[in-house]
Design a protein around this ligand. Structure first.
Ligand code: BTN
Length: 296
């Protein structure tokens, strides 16, 4: 909405009459307010999403969350109908068409060490996996650390960003992209991406999924904060692990190797049994894991 106002002001030479501004905003206002009011009326959380910012078009919800970080509260949520420069992990872009996905960033101000922050991504993946199952009945799996897959195709990705000093977190932004009602993907993504609509054969109400996710996230976050690790969530997370007890290829910048994915441990690392029998714990960051036949 803020972007739209700026656009109208830029395109108008004279003073902008209030009616003119309202006219230009009419359609977007309706769409955005509908989503915003649907969420506000159904939200059952104490803090997650209680501060809610919805935009029609934005570059990236992670970026706007970072801009608002200082003046916003823990749990503030930033949503957009469309992202023009959606960001994926490892510098990739994230396709975010209008009205068909959940492009959501959650601002967190946790009292944990910066080294513990990456675990919040796994917490969010678990909460979203549970929310998708509750709302759609579809079985979801998690590709460590934080992709959610259905029938071996990716339906949700998460990008976590942080502002911190050596020992102190200023804030963490957890950005989730869920392909909800997308009907077609570009050729290069068709093999490995899917949407809830494609899997279920019908549209899903985004507001319901957002509210269920925020409720689960609030619970899971509180479990995480009790020990400041994943111990209370591991059973559920590991049951969803897509490559559990399967052969995987570990793409380590120091050398690729094969192994069996065993489970995730309480600090978020993936335990892998290497071909020679040695157990190693891999942490996200530089290393990624692939199934032997491709993405999963
Ligand atoms: C991935 O590469 O798997 C992570 C994708 C994360 C996309 C989401 S959409 C909402 C938030 N804003 C962004 O720019 N990215 C994240």
């Amino acid at each position: 909405m803020e972007t739209k106002i700026l656009q109208i002001l830029k395109n108008t030479k004279d003073d902008v009459a209030e009616e003119k501004l309202c006219e230009g905003l009419e359609v977007s206002k309706t769409v955005v307010w509908k989503l915003e009011s649907e969420i506000a009326s159904r939200l059952q959380t104490n803090w997650a999403g209680r501060e809610l910012h919805c935009y029609e078009v934005i570059d990236s919800t992670n970026n706007i969350a970072k801009q608002f970080a200082q003046r916003s509260v823990h749990g503030a949520v930033f949503l957009a109908e469309k992202q023009e420069a959606g960001k994926g992990r490892r510098g990739r872009s994230w396709i975010s068409p209008s009205g068909t996905g959940i492009w959501l960033s959650l601002l967190l101000k946790p009292e944990i060490k910066p080294t513990q922050a990456s675990m919040l991504t796994l917490v969010a993946a678990l909460s979203m996996s549970r929310a998708i199952e509750t709302v759609t009945g579809l079985k979801t799996e998690i590709k460590w650390p934080n992709d959610i897959v259905i029938n071996k195709k990716k339906v949700c990705g998460i990008l976590t960003e942080m502002s911190a000093e050596i020992e102190l977190i200023h804030y963490v932004v957890v950005g989730l992209g869920v392909n909800v009602n997308i009907e077609e993907f570009p050729q290069e993504l068709k093999e490995k991406a899917t949407s809830l609509k494609l899997e279920l054969g019908k549209s899903i109400e985004r507001a319901s999924l957002i509210c269920v996710f925020l409720s689960y996230f609030e619970q899971d976050y509180e479990i995480f904060m009790q020990k400041r690790n994943l111990s209370g969530l591991l059973k559920d997370y590991n049951q969803r692990l897509v490559n559990r007890n399967c052969e995987v290829r570990v793409l380590d910048p120091n050398g690729e190797y094969m192994g069996i994915a065993i489970s995730v441990e309480e600090n978020g690392g993936l335990i892998v049994k290497k071909e020679g029998g040695e157990y190693v714990t891999i942490t996200s960051g530089e290393v990624s894991v692939r199934g032997i036949y491709g993405y999963v």
